[in-house]
Write a protein that binds this ligand. Structure first.
Ligand SMILES: Cc1cc2nc3c(=O)[nH]c(=O)nc-3n(C[C@H](O)[C@H](O)[C@H](O)COP(=O)(O)OP(=O)(O)OC[C@H]3O[C@@H](n4cnc5c(N)ncnc54)[C@H](O)[C@@H]3O)c2cc1C
Length: 434
């Protein structure tokens, strides 16, 4: 039984850990500590350590559409509002898109098209002149583009949002231990079937009544039992360095997602970086135990790399939309790691066999940041109820998942790969020992 003065430790101060701390604090839990391996928030190891993330509510599963719509309302509150930019959202496929990408677009549109909240702000677009009506800055051919504009969407500055919430919760009593030794979690200790403490890299033991693991892609390093159902996967990110005039030229453009190529955002006014991400299945880093984890820091620190195929996709995206940028160098290239599940559902549940002493928050599946304003509420509800009643978010045993991997999830278009296939077998890619 968790009471308001129970000792609660959250592992990881990323998007979900911070939201959880926020809601626990607001619900009156007075002894909440975040353990985080980074020296400061935002953590460079977080999947949301970034300029921006798409905030949109269209999903093939209406369940998530409704939640995302609620989250968008959360993005408009004084706490989250400074980080939200409702620039609108253009979604399209090119004339060469595979059938799966076209079907995905249609299904996602259907999830919001009839909703009274969205309907007035949605416009179907067909052909380049329709798209240029909405975004005059597109100067490329937009070959065969078909899709829609959705006014009720945009992006959030994800690093700034995490920093903002961090400052907010620390000022209100949430405690924290940061750093590669003091804050890095290495294991959980159990006694009589219950987790009782967390050990950090400096050898210290932190006693807890409830442990909430929010370690993102690194979850299986501490809870190996999630490793077969929540898999570390990465997508590429790249940027173009713009001049001030170029940045001003693109001010206010809608977040643009071309389903068979990739997506981009309004440039960041502070750094003048224009961020792009290719779409595809992404890359895993599977170790000898069959578990994918993010590669070692050494590799991550030394990388300024994205796979060639992704770079080609992004150049095509630019040729179609902003050809003047298409041959510019890409800077700050990186692989960004998230936690993926077979059916793209989150996992928000007690760890079986832990006597309700450990909760795992994992499997964001690359669509979890937008939920930051409401995510923590689901965790406080779980604590109060003592069991997960939402079937989508229940703990799943690896065998229940095995048959679902593959192409059942519609955004998984194309081929995935192992990181080692991309960079050549290299000791630096080895994931941490379990
Ligand atoms: C390229 C890319 C694009 C994305 N785009 C979108 C988007 O447009 N919209 C959207 O909604 N979502 C998007 N996402 C997903 C979003 O970033 C994640 O859903 C979200 O960050 C998940 O939050 P989290 O707290 O579970 O994990 P994270 O934010 O990754 O946080 C995990 C935290 O755990 C810490 N940690 C790790 N190991 C340890 C340890 N041993 N000890 C202590 N601390 C540790 C890390 O430092 C980090 O702070 C994208 C992800 C990627 C990779």
């Amino acid at each position: 039984m968790v009471s308001s003065n129970s000792r609660i430790i959250i592992l990881g101060g990323g998007a979900w850990g911070l939201s959880t701390a926020l809601y626990l604090m607001e619900a009156g839990y007075s002894d909440v500590t975040i353990l985080e391996r980074a020296e400061a928030i935002p953590s460079p190891y977080s999947a949301a350590y970034d300029l921006n993330k798409i905030i949109r509510a269209e999903y093939e599963d209406e369940f998530y559409s409704k939640l995302a719509l609620e989250a968008i309302e959360g993005w408009k509150t004084p706490l989250f509002g400074p980080y939200y930019h409702q620039t609108g959202y253009v979604v399209a496929t090119t004339g060469k898109a595979p059938e799966k990408a076209v079907t995905h677009l249609e299904k996602a549109l259907a999830s919001i098209e009839k909703d009274p909240a969205f309907a007035p702000g949605i416009k179907r677009l067909d052909g380049s002149s329709d798209f240029k009506d909405y975004t005059w800055q597109y100067t490329g051919p937009l070959s065969g583009f078909k899709g829609y504009f959705n006014r009720l969407a945009g992006y959030a500055h994800s690093s700034d949002a995490m920093k903002g919430i961090w400052d907010h919760i620390l000022a209100r009593g949430v405690k924290s231990i940061l750093g590669e030794r003091a804050g890095k979690v290495v294991k959980l200790e159990y006694s009589n079937g219950k987790a009782t403490s967390v050990t950090t890299a400096d050898g210290r033991t932190h006693n807890a009544d409830l442990i909430i693991s929010a370690l993102g892609a690194a979850g299986a390093a501490v809870l190996p039992q999630i490793g077969k159902s929540s898999v570390a996967r990465s997508w590429s990110v790249a940027h173009v360095q713009l001049t001030e005039d170029e940045c001003n030229l693109l001010r206010g453009i809608p977040t643009t997602n071309i389903r068979d190529l990739g997506f981009f955002f309004e440039p960041d006014p502070r750094t003048k970086l224009f961020k792009l991400c290719p779409l595809g299945i992404g890359y895993t880093n599977t170790n000898q135990h069959g578990i994918s984890l993010p590669p070692s820091e050494q590799f991550r620190g030394s990388q300024d790399f994205i796979p060639k195929g992704d770079e080609q996709k992004l150049r095509r995206l630019l040729r179609e939309t902003f050809p003047w940028m298409a041959d510019r160098p890409f800077v700050d290239k990186k692989l960004c790691w998230f936690s993926d599940t077979a059916d793209s559902n989150y996992c928000i549940d007690f760890v079986p066999g832990s006597n309700n002493s450990v909760i795992v928050l994992s499997g964001d599946s690359g669509h979890g940041f937008k939920m930051m304003p409401i995510f923590g509420k689901w965790v406080t509800d779980l604590i109060v109820k003592g069991r997960q009643s939402e079937a989508r978010w229940k703990w799943r045993n690896p065998s229940e998942n095995a048959s679902q991997w593959g192409d059942s999830v519609s955004w998984r278009v194309g081929q995935g790969a192992e990181l080692s296939e991309l960079v050549g077998l290299d000791a630096r890619v080895a994931s941490p020992k379990l």
